[in-house]
Design a binder for this molecule. Structure first.
Ligand code: HEM
Length: 726
């Protein structure tokens, strides 16, 4: 309980710096020995999903955060602080007088022109001019609740009673084979969930100085690596020798690397905060990227369009990387775009929607510069993402009641919502949401993807299993695939959110050409623990439910059979991982929703934070970026159904108006001609003079032309008349 003196701080910093130096030495040795993940392994495909493609500057700053963290651990140990005391006291201690004072991120300044900024900065910064860092890519997640690291600093959450069981044991004790579908919905609900996840959050794993992912298991033997070869950021998952599946392949180790951490702008000692490597906003970053270099890689540079590649019959596909040797050649604003073919289809649709709008705007406003065409189009596409997410996706996931309770409904026709920079709060994604709760969407994933032809009949020989096509979008150029997949996504049902999972995710995730893969449930559990996410019981209380003292106290929210499997997985009700608890309660969802009460509370609160603190949210009025009311009312006509109609390969001519809901004529949602589904009338963007608060979209050259050409004509007329007079 000692109060530290300056010497303590110096000592801790010195030890922290030395610890990181020896980590870097070890890292060089491991790289020299080739102990980084190899192509062709599941760990390699996993690293494509969570890998870190950040710049050198970002890697350097993450390494500084590791130094601060190491110093914090030393200080905590030296002072013999409890986890709670470390949690409370470390952030109060400034690094200012220590050798680490220059290791903290430099504060961000926004150009003064940002006061009247019209378009979102691509890296998420400068949305709120009081806190320009809020929402920026490569800043830490925020926490709804204090961290639950077992040491209060960085050690994964553990149980106060007996050690937590291995995440793989939790998975096999709790998860059942998939059998229940959500028959009122379509698989598109799952894929849109994944798409907006990739807009909001990406926790990138730690990578070594050469950008490679450390190897955490012995690839040849399938056993853990010897301690001396273990990178400090490895946290591989133990698989019991008698595992029902992996024992066949003699695997006792699942590779896992911890998430990259970052320091915040307060420049103090403290606990680990994981970085979100993309912007925290719902801003289409999975389409446009989260940095200017990503964006310039994606822009065509003509007509405001995005780059693309074309099929032999002239259809636009995502652009292809020039030097590319495997099936992961397409790229978009997010590296996970082709994690599965269905997601890649939706990415393709959104890229086409951008280009469709850009071409239409060019027709309407031929004098707009390329930049204005691009940015105006981007604003419209982001507004469409907002509208679909908040008026179609969230009502389907959370139900109408929760939309009202959590104030999630956007404003109605002819109205704006308001934004006040002085009262806006931190919009960053919650760690609890990203590392645990929203991952319940994984249980919606179907193991077999079904395709439908133009007569809306299944094409059995085109169905495929997910695990054969992770990070493989080679199907996209095949004739008929995109349209059959769009019909499949809007007809096949998702699985219900509960404890049932397809084995494609629990045994075969990222298997590539191997006979086995990874277990996504185990990865999620391990991720929650290593991010220091509090247990389910604690988050229940945060959401206003009574703390459970025994497993049976959960009976109002969780059915008895599920409580029994929780008892198999955990020794105490306080041990339950948040992600597992949210899956457990979703078997009895809140009325009108697909989630149980705690999951619903966290997801709803997160989407309220995302919407209410965003100056650029599509229905906000009175801002330099606001749409005119005419434009906003046009955006309100958009729907996912219409976007699918407008951007397929030409063979999808019918769609149900509510694409996340099952096509069913009896509930007024049958497939109907695309022409009957409302669409945005883009003439609302024609002629800037008719929309005063959009006046700046007229390029300066156009304004000059307005002034200059009449004057010139007048001059010619006068000269001409004078000539004649002579
Ligand atoms: C075929 C479909 C999907 C696959 C294969 C997949 C796979 C993965 C993997 C491998 C990770 C990283 C796991 C780790 O921590 O190591 C992940 C993260 C995540 N997934 Fe999915 N996922 C899918 C669909 C979804 C859906 C439908 C949702 C939600 C509705 C979702 C939400 C999330 C979230 C919130 C994260 C954390 C992202 C981050 O912060 O890095 N995923 N997913």
């Amino acid at each position: 309980n000692d109060v530290p003196v300056l010497d303590d701080l110096h000592d801790a910093v010195e030890q922290g710096l030395a610890q990181v130096e020896s980590m870097l030495d070890l890292e060089s040795q491991l790289i020299a020995k080739g102990l980084t993940v190899d192509r062709g392994t599941s760990a390699h495909l996993h690293s494509l999903m969570v890998g870190n493609s950040g710049s050198q500057q970002q890697k350097d700053s993450a390494l500084n955060a590791v130094r601060i963290l190491a110093a914090s651990s030393h200080l905590k140990n030296k002072l013999n602080w409890s986890a709670d005391q470390a949690r409370r006291s470390l952030p109060q201690l400034s690094l200012d007088k220590t050798a680490l004072k220059n290791s903290c991120p430099e504060s961000i300044t926004c150009p003064s022109s940002n006061v009247t900024i019209k378009y979102r900065p691509i890296d998420g910064s400068c949305h709120n001019l009081f806190r320009p860092d809020w929402g920026k890519a490569n800043t830490p997640f925020q926490r709804a609740l204090p961290n639950a690291y077992s040491d209060g600093v960085f050690e994964p959450r553990n149980s106060p009673s007996s050690p937590l069981k291995s995440p793989r044991v939790v998975s096999t004790s709790f998860i059942k084979p998939a059998s229940t579908t959500a028959s009122d919905f379509t698989l598109m609900l799952m894929t849109w969930g994944q798409l907006i996840t990739h807009d909001l959050t990406k926790a990138s794993s730690f990578t070594s100085a050469d950008g490679k992912t450390p190897q955490c298991c012995n690839v040849t033997s399938g056993q853990p690596l010897d301690r001396e070869y273990l990178h400090p950021f490895c946290l591989s998952i133990e698989i019991p020798v008698n595992d029902q599946f992996y024992s066949k392949y003699n695997q006792t180790c699942m590779s896992f690397v911890r998430t990259q951490i970052g320091a915040d702008y307060s420049c103090s000692f403290g606990h680990a905060e994981q970085l979100n490597s993309i912007t925290h906003w719902l801003d289409g970053s999975m389409i446009y990227g989260s940095s200017s270099s990503e964006l310039s890689d994606l822009r065509l540079g003509q007509g405001g369009e995005l780059k693309n590649s074309t099929t032999s019959d002239g259809k636009e596909l995502l652009p292809l990387r020039s030097s590319c040797s495997d099936a992961t050649c397409y790229y978009a604003g997010d590296v996970r775009a082709q994690e599965n073919p269905q997601l890649a289809v939706v990415h393709t649709v959104m890229m086409r929607e951008h280009n469709r709008i850009a071409r239409a705007l060019k027709q309407l406003n031929s004098l707009w510069s390329e930049e204005v065409l691009f940015q105006e189009t981007r604003s419209i596409v982001i507004a469409e993402l907002h509208h679909i997410t908040y008026t179609e996706y969230l009502p389907a996931m959370l139900g109408e009641q929760a939309m009202r309770d959590y104030n999630l409904n956007p404003s109605a026709t002819d109205a704006y919502s308001t934004y006040d920079e002085t009262t806006a709060r931190d919009p960053s994604v919650w760690n609890e949401f990203a590392a645990a709760v929203f991952r319940v969407g994984h249980s919606q994933v179907q193991g077999t993807l079904v395709l439908y032809n133009a007569s809306d009949d299944q094409v059995p020989d085109q169905s495929f299993t997910l695990s054969s096509y992770f990070f493989d979008a080679s199907k996209l150029p095949q004739p008929g695939f995109i349209d059959n997949a769009i019909r499949g996504l809007t007809k096949q049902m998702p699985l219900a959110i509960n404890a049932e999972y397809t084995s494609q995710l629990t045994n075969y995730l990222f298997k590539g050409s191997n006979p086995y893969g990874m277990d996504l449930v185990a990865l999620n559990v391990q991720r929650g623990r290593e991010h220091g996410i509090p247990d389910y019981n604690t988050v229940r209380v945060f959401c206003g439910f009574p703390k459970a003292n025994t497993f049976d106290d959960l009976a109002s929210e969780i059915d008895q059979a599920t409580i029994n499997s929780l008892k198999n997985a955990y020794d105490s009700v306080d041990d339950i991982d948040l992600y597992i608890g949210c899956l457990a309660e979703s078997a009895q969802p809140v009325n009108g929703s697909l989630l149980g009460p705690t999951g619903l509370c966290v997801v709803a609160k997160q989407f309220a934070v995302t919407k209410n603190n965003d100056r650029f949210f599509y229905d906000v009025g009175n801002q330099p970026n606001s749409f005119t009311m005419v434009q906003l009312n046009e955006i309100r006509k958009t729907s996912l159904a219409r976007i699918l109609c407008d951007n397929n390969n030409g063979d999808v001519s019918t769609m149900q108006p509510k694409a996340f809901r099952a096509p069913d004529a009896t509930s007024n949602n049958g497939r109907q001609p695309c022409s009957s589904i409302p669409s945005i009338n883009l003439t609302a963007w024609k002629d800037a003079k008719a929309s005063p608060n959009k006046a700046s979209v007229v390029a300066p050259s156009v304004l000059l032309a307005f002034i200059f050409i009449p004057s010139l004509l007048m001059y010619i007329f006068i000269i001409d008349t004078q000539d004649h007079q002579c």
